[in-house]
Design a protein around this ligand. Structure first.
Ligand code: HEC
Ligand code: HEC
Ligand code: HEC
Length: 132
């Protein structure tokens, strides 16, 4: 057949190229953080929702905690109305850690990966959890 060798080579190269994202990611899956949502309180939720949408929380939770802390302590404002109109108490322990009671497998899962160590736990009590 006319030039079939080249055509087949071309197809193979094309397939390798198209499939690149798949095999490139094979070894990496384990490395990326995988924060666990498996806690008693979250498992009981009818709607598996955080205070704000997930994408927002991912990027903004540090700023949010900072704002909460400032307004709760300085101005005594402890009510947080989220974008859906739901009420939350501005509290690290009573709000965030009540749902995310698995600090080790949730907060730390990401923080270890990006090498941040929030200093909050020198004063705030860590949720009690079973060490695996
Ligand atoms: C009512 C229970 C509840 C409370 C309170 C809560 N969370 Fe969440 N959180 C969730 C759930 C459920 C998800 C997953 C949401 C989803 O998949 O859309 C989540 C997602 C997140 C994520 C994103 C995780 C990821 O893998 O993308 C971060 C970060 C987070 N929460 C931090 C916090 C912080 C910080 C607070 C306190 C300011 C808080 N959460 C309060 C239940 C809660
Ligand atoms: C989806 C990954 C992820 C999860 C889950 C997560 N964090 Fe974070 N957190 C980050 C990243 C990334 C940073 C660093 C952001 C930066 O340096 O700009 C950070 C930074 C912070 C900071 C600021 C620390 C500093 O030194 O600036 C606080 C406070 C914090 N996280 C609290 C929490 C708490 C509390 C939880 C659990 C309820 C939590 N985070 C869960 C990814 C996560
Ligand atoms: C030096 C001790 C100390 C450190 C470190 C600390 N806090 Fe606090 N925080 C306090 C005290 C004291 C209060 C006041 C408690 C009250 O009035 O209920 C408070 C209140 C708060 C509140 C509002 C009330 C509540 O129940 O949570 C938030 C939110 C908060 N802190 C978040 C943080 C975060 C996030 C960090 C880490 C980045 C942090 N704090 C680090 C001492 C500390």
């Amino acid at each position: 057949m006319y030039n079939s060798g080249k055509v087949i080579m071309g197809i193979i190269i094309f397939l390798l190229f198209v499939a690149f994202p798949f095999y490139y990611n094979i070894g990496r899956v384990i490395a990326t953080p995988d924060p666990s949502l498996d806690t008693p309180v979250i498992n009981e939720l009818v709607e598996k929702k955080c205070v704000e949408p997930r994408e927002f929380m991912r990027v903004e939770h540090m700023t949010m905690l900072n704002d909460w802390k400032d307004s709760a302590i300085r101005d005594g404002r402890r009510a947080y109305i989220n974008t859906e109109g739901k009420l939350f108490e501005k509290s690290l322990q009573n709000t965030c850690m009540r749902c995310h009671s698995n600090k080790e497998r949730f907060c730390n899962e990401c923080h270890t990966y990006v090498a941040v160590k929030p200093y909050c736990w020198t004063c705030h009590i860590e949720p009690k959890e079973k060490k695996l």
